[in-house]
Design a protein around this ligand. Structure first.
Ligand code: ARG
Length: 578
């Protein structure tokens, strides 16, 4: 697939070769030097020739003049030298013809860099902590993670999506105590995770109250919780049964949210799975002399790398978060032989990942540089901050439910049938939340405002889905017409649309190399804008000129294809009618 940039780079490299000699400049190098002028009346793509002066030992003006004279290609109506810049102007017709035919021939695979074949990527994402709320803080890991999975699949990688459930830890001791004291089976069966969270919040509050009122700051409830967790670790039958039940109840609920988002995981092996896989790694650390004892705890000293110590075992010998991650990574390497393992979490965990990645390196695992941490910024809703322990949080399921309910209100008029209305509202409501979230660079801290996400006029998910539905309805009317761009002359709106369509492969590449789904989201907005401009200025199916009609429908068909692919890459559904 030749994108505008690749094509231009190849032409320039060829001209440099014949004009200046072999081996001076590769097409890849030229590729990185090309620019899109902000004002396309200057050209559609340009090469600032001062970047070549040193290599070619000429002034930018001389280089631009020589190259302008040498390059001929029917896809460009002109190649001109202006003040040391080499400006390329696209020939609308032949360019649009090539782009449309590429898109229509390649179909669903148009835009794929196809560079993942034979390689495996393991993605660890979403991973909520059982019995703690699945809240807005997990939106990032869930949708960035899934979008990265879709992007890698699109590029041909074999992907393994892992939900590394937080299904082990002292919180289960607390939960068991709370359940035995105040819990009730049928309440939990009906109320699900919310009821578990209530118990968890209540015991945390009571522990705090005990600590505050007791002179010695001791809490009997905390002691009991520790004892129950210890029993769990020793596989006490009753506690194991309770634990499994808590996990199942929670999973059932998470899966409802995943279903709305169209997410399926290949593995749900959570933290508990690694309990008996940790000792071997701890032993290896010890044998290699990497463990130091610090105030009774076992640590790896990372001073040389300007990081605080990595805690491996607590004083009482119990394992920690990094210990489990190390064991899990070793297991996954053995199980999947990944070429890359991606972890998507909030940026607060960046140090944790940097630390244990380093420990894995020190342990001599040669795959340490295949581990990638993808962090993201914080999310607040209408300005409200998060606080898990006090239960003051916005739950993901509530966020989606609210979006769905609001869309339903609007959609009811057009879709009187309730089931149909619900189905549309789910696609649009959930899509709106996801789109809104994924339109920001992942590291940015964002404040989520529902009105902004749902607006049909703004740069939103509903607007993008609506534009897609618009292309569908045009194509429905067009029937079998519009399979290629003809010889009819095209205006600048049409050329701009073709140009935007041709940018897709480049944007996919950027999204993949920066682990940044928002590049795709913003591309979708560019494409919608270019298409809607075209739609408002040009009559398509009703165009009187048969040749021009054919070209316009072909461009609509290509837009439809690319929009569908792009929306799917950021986890959005593509209803054909809204
Ligand atoms: N359960 C953790 C949390 O909610 C996230 C786990 C991320 N993955 C990992 N391998 N550490 O904070």
């Amino acid at each position: 697939m030749l994108t505008l940039k690749k094509n231009t780079a190849a032409l320039i490299a060829e001209a440099v070769k014949s004009g200046f000699g072999e081996g001076l400049l590769s097409a890849e190098e030229v590729f990185t030097m090309l620019e899109y002028p902000p004002d396309s009346s200057m050209g559609d793509i340009a090469l600032p020739c001062f970047r070549l002066s040193k290599t070619l030992r000429r002034s930018p003006v001389q280089i631009a003049d020589m190259l302008a004279a040498a390059i001929k290609c029917e896809e460009f109506s002109s190649v001109t030298a202006v003040n040391g810049y080499l400006n390329f102007k696209i020939d609308g017709k032949s360019f649009s013809r090539r782009v449309a035919s590429e898109v229509l021939n390649l179909g669903d695979s148009y835009g794929s860099p196809m560079n993942g074949e034979g390689k495996t990527v393991v993605l660890d994402y979403s991973s909520p902590n059982v019995a703690k709320p699945f809240h807005i803080g997990h939106l990032g890991t869930t949708v960035i993670g899934h979008s990265l999975k879709l992007l890698h699949e699109f590029a041909g990688y074999k992907c393994v999506g892992i939900n590394y459930l937080g299904d082990w830890g002292t919180q289960f001791g607390k939960l068991i105590v709370a359940y035995k004291l105040w819990g009730d089976k049928s309440t939990i069966e009906q109320g699900g995770v919310d009821e578990l969270v209530k118990l968890y919040v209540r015991i945390n509050n009571e522990i705090k109250a005990e600590e505050e009122s007791n002179e010695d700051k001791k809490s009997p409830l905390a002691d009991q919780s520790r004892a129950e967790f210890k029993k769990l670790e020793e596989f006490d039958e009753e506690n194991i049964a309770l634990w499994r039940w808590f996990v199942d109840v929670s999973l059932e609920e998470y899966q409802r949210t995943y279903k709305l988002l169209g997410i399926e995981f290949d593995s749900y092996k959570g933290e508990s799975f690694y309990t008996d896989r940790m000792p071997a790694q701890v032993q290896k650390l010890r044998d290699m002399g990497l463990l130091e004892i610090d105030d009774g705890a076992s640590i790896v000293n990372l001073e040389k790398w300007n990081m605080p110590v990595c805690l491996i075992l607590k004083r009482d010998g119990s394992t920690l978060y990094p210990t489990r991650d190390i064991a899990a990574a070793v297991y996954r390497k053995g199980e999947y032989n990944f070429d890359k393992a991606i972890y998507v979490t909030a940026a607060q965990q960046s140090l944790h990942f940097a630390q244990w990645f380093k420990v894995v390196e020190l342990m001599g695992y040669d795959w340490h540089n295949q581990l990638v941490h993808v962090p993201y910024g914080t999310v607040s809703v209408n300005g409200a901050k998060l606080a898990t322990r006090t239960g003051n949080v916005v739950l993901l399921k509530d966020l989606f439910a609210e979006a769905i309910a609001r869309v339903k209100e609007i959609a009811r008029e057009k879709h009187p049938d309730d089931a149909e209305c619900q189905a549309i509202a789910e696609k649009v409501g959930v899509g709106a939340v996801v789109f809104h979230y994924l339109s920001n660079n992942r590291m940015r801290d964002i404040n989520f405002i529902m009105e902004d996400a749902l607006s049909f006029d703004g740069n939103t998910g509903p607007y993008a889905q609506y534009t897609y539905a618009r292309t569908c309805s045009i194509l429905e009317k067009a029937g079998d017409l519009g399979r290629s761009v003809t010889d009819a002359a095209l205006s600048s709106v049409e050329t701009e649309l073709a140009k935007t369509i041709s940018m897709f492969p480049e944007r996919v590449n950027a999204a993949l190399s920066d682990y940044e789904p928002s590049v795709v989201t913003r591309y979708i907005l560019d494409l919608c804008a270019a298409f809607n401009r075209f739609y408002h200025e040009c009559s398509i199916v009703n165009c009187d000129d048969a040749e021009l009609r054919e070209s316009r429908i072909a461009l609509t068909r290509a837009t439809n294809q690319v929009l569908r692919t792009a929306l799917h890459l950021i986890c959005l559904q593509t209803p054909e009618k809204i």
